[in-house]
Each structure stands twice: as structure tokens, then as C-alpha cells.
Design a protein around this ligand. Structure first.
Ligand code: HSE
Length: 400
């Protein structure tokens, strides 16, 4: 029997216990041994809960129990999760986590500790919730040179943008409704400003390059400035607007970025709606592949954590290879990356826009302004032209 401890009995932690119990008959032969939840760490008590007698308040009870071989860290946040994870790994206990903040900030350090102590640090649930993407990157795609990753990696913002698209509503209105329904946090900053997607693409970029892509180095723009008028233009262009997290090998360097982008209806990411997530990976041999599913939610995320627990049980005393070195990957300046831009301009700026951007196909969906899509140019070239066009209302990158 493999003894498991769960750190944090919140949404994901209680989901882990539920998945282990509900699917026990399937899980035991796959793990090779029965998995038993011995402890649940939480500050709170849970009177009446079927697992109430497993709840402990002192992490040392878990760390000092030699029977515990796998720890699920479902606490979230960097501390105390970082300290607890380090101590567990140093005691030779494998750690499985859904904590993207911690993985993005300290992943390579924790992987190194796991290797030194012949155990594992697994983090499938940290990106895309229940969608298998970390394991494909570490196994099924290891023959590939991955050239680009484009992801819809945040369920909250995808839900908001989908509603804005379908209902013609404005951001603030949809955010309020999403908060009322529990799809958005009361403090939605991490989601709507793109910080959550940034951590997730930092993790994927690190696995793509084998080095440490620091989330602090990734240019990040959220969805708060997207309006219902932007969606009218997107529709007229047969496109939609999604918060895209991307990482690309541009030949002369890697560029990573999070920003709202217009994507055309021919692209597979166009159909990824509501709280769903998807990761679109381009490899030099395989070509395109896409991983799609529930990017958040109790049981979907817990399922990915439990799959990691099973992997740990299958590899007791051995470390599963994960190439993510501590060496920092210097990213190419995003200002030197090139793409098309969709631009909205007041009618007074018509002549100047033509002078700066050359001929373009004008799109008109509301009075007093027009929109158009530029030719491919670098961010720097675009910024220089935009500076000379005070009549410009806004711009959205065009990715596909
Ligand atoms: N807030 C995140 C989302 C949860 O909306 O996708 C999963 O990481």
C-alpha cells in the first residue's frame, strides 16, 4: 500500500481525495498497489466529513512519517507550499502539485531536489487543469523539436470573452456575472490581467526549451481593454478574440507573450469556448497537435493530480526524466517579433493611417471610426507608426 498525504483540503485537495476513493478499483491495478490517504493537512477542522479523522494541522506529522511516500500539494501560492514541498522532497517523498505559481517560480529547483532524493516532482495539473499536456511534452513529444505553442490557458478569461462574443456584452458586465456564478474570483486580477496564463506559458516554454523561462520576462497583456465594439470588428473579419499565451522559436531566439489576439475561424483554437482550455503545439516532425479539455474545476484538476500520484507509485525509488534546467533562457525582445495588427482609428485619421500603413481594406462597424488589418511588421515598427497616429483608438494582435 502506498500512503498519500494531501496538503490543503480546498477545492482541488478534496477533489483528489474524491477521485482516489471513487476510482479506487481502476486506480489500484494501474498504480500496482492500493493508494491510501493517510493524512490531510489543513488549518481548519472538518467535523462530519468522512475524512475528518485524517486531518492534521502540523505538516511535520506528515514529513516525519516514513510511511508517507507521496504528497499532493494542492495549497496554491508560493509559501508555505514551497517550504513544505522542499522538505517533503528532501525526506524522499514525491510531490504532485496543481500549483502553477510555485512551479513557475521554483520548478527546476524542486525537480533537482527530487532527482537528488530519488523521488519525483510532478505537476501535470499546473497547466490546463485536467488536460494532459505536461506528460505529452515529457514523453509523447520527446522526438520533436517543438517550434511553437499557442494556448488558451485561462478558463475565466475564455468564459468572459466567449460571452462578450456571443452576447455582444461589455467586459465589466460579463465579469460581474461571471463573479456571481463563481466562474471568476472576487479579485479577478490574476486571471483578467493575464498573470495566470503567463505562469502557465512560462512552464510550457521551459519544457519546450529545457531551460528556465522566467515568467517575469514574458510580456503580458490582459483582456480588460477589450470591448464589445472590438468583437463587432472581429465578426466582420470572420475572427474571434481570445487571450492567447504563446511561445515561439523564431530561429534567432524564443519569444513568449500573453495577449488578446484575433484568430480566424479556420483555426482549431477558434472553437475553444467558455471555460475550456486548449494547447496547440507545432512540432517539426509531427506538425500540429492540439490538447483540449477542462482547464479548471475540482474533479478535472484532481484527476490530473491523481494521475501524477499513480506515476509516483509506479516509479518509487526512481526519478521520471523531466528536462528543465535552472539555467535561465534569455528570451528575444518581443518588440522584435513580427505579426499583423488589427487597428481601430477615428475617421479624422484616415489619410494619416494610409500614409503610415499603406493601402488597407477598411472595415466599418460603428459610426465615426474604421478598422483595418496591417501587413506583417515587428512590434517595434508598429509602435513607431502608432505613435504618429494619435487618432488610433486601439489595436489587437492578429495571430492566425
Ligand atoms: N483561474 C484559473 C482559470 C484556474 O480560470 O483558468 C485554473 O488554473
Amino acid at each position: 500500500m502506498v500512503q498519500v498525504a494531501v496538503l490543503g483540503y480546498g477545492t482541488v485537495g478534496s477533489g483528489v481525495v474524491e477521485v482516489l476513493e471513487e476510482n479506487k478499483a481502476k486506480i489500484t491495478p494501474r498504480a500496482g498497489e492500493e493508494l491510501n490517504v493517510k493524512y490531510i493537512l489543513d488549518l481548519r477542522d472538518f467535523p462530519g466529513d468522512p475524512y475528518e479523522n485524517k486531518v492534521v494541522h502540523d505538516v511535520n506529522v506528515i514529513l516525519e512519517d516514513p510511511e508517507v511516500q507521496v504528497v499532493c500539494e494542492t495549497m496554491g501560492g508560493v509559501e508555505p507550499a514551497f517550504t513544505f514541498s522542499k522538505k517533503a522532497l528532501m525526506a524522499g517523498k514525491s510531490v504532485c502539485t496543481s500549483n502553477k505559481e510555485l512551479v513557475a517560480a521554483h520548478g527546476p529547483e524542486l525537480l533537482k531536489l527530487a532527482k537528488e532524493n530519488k523521488c519525483n516532482y510532478l505537476f501535470e495539473a499546473s497547466v490546463g487543469g485536467g488536460i494532459p499536456i505536461i506528460r505529452p511534452m515529457n514523453s509523447a513529444l520527446t522526438a520533436e523539436k517543438i517550434e511553437s505553442i499557442h494556448g488558451i490557458l485561462n478558463g475565466t478569461t475564455n468564459y468572459i470573452l466567449t460571452k462578450m462574443d456571443k452576447e455582444g456584452a461589455d467586459f465589466e458586465e460579463v465579469l460581474k456575472e461571471a463573479q456571481e456564478k463563481g466562474y471568476a474570483e472576487r479579485n479577478p486580477e490574476a486571471d483578467v490581467e493575464g498573470y495566470d496564463a503567463c505562469r502557465k506559458i512560462a512552464i510550457l516554454s521551459s519544457l519546450m526549451t529545457g531551460k528556465s523561462v522566467k515568467y517575469e520576462d514574458i510580456y503580458t497583456e490582459g483582456i480588460t481593454k477589450i470591448t464589445s465594439v472590438d468583437f463587432k470588428y472581429a465578426k466582420a473579419l470572420n475572427k474571434s478574440i481570445k487571450l492567447l499565451a504563446m511561445s515561439k522559436d523564431e530561429g534567432d531566439g524564443y519569444v513568449a507573450m500573453v495577449s488578446p489576439c484575433m484568430i480566424s475561424q479556420e483555426h482549431p483554437l477558434f472553437c475553444v469556448s467558455d471555460v475550456f482550455n486548449a494547447v496547440f503545439v507545432h512540432g517539426n516532425m509531427l506538425g500540429d497537435s492540439m490538447y483540449y479539455g477542462r482547464g479548471a474545476g475540482k474533479l478535472a484538476t484532481a484527476s490530473a493530480v491523481v494521475a501524477d500520484v499513480i506515476d509516483c507509485a509506479r516509479h518509487l525509488g526512481k526519478t521520471v526524466t523531466c528536462l528543465w534546467d535552472e539555467e535561465v533562457m534569455e528570451l528575444k525582445d518581443y518588440m522584435d517579433s513580427a505579426k499583423k495588427f488589427f487597428v481601430r482609428v477615428n475617421n479624422e485619421g484616415m489619410d494619416k493611417a494610409a500614409e503610415l500603413f499603406g493601402t488597407f481594406e477598411k472595415v466599418e462597424v460603428v459610426d465615426g471610426e474604421f478598422g483595418f488589418v496591417t501587413e506583417v511588421m515587428t512590434e517595434r515598427e508598429f509602435a513607431a507608426k502608432a505613435e504618429k497616429l494619435p487618432e488610433m483608438i486601439s489595436r489587437i494582435r492578429v495571430e492566425f
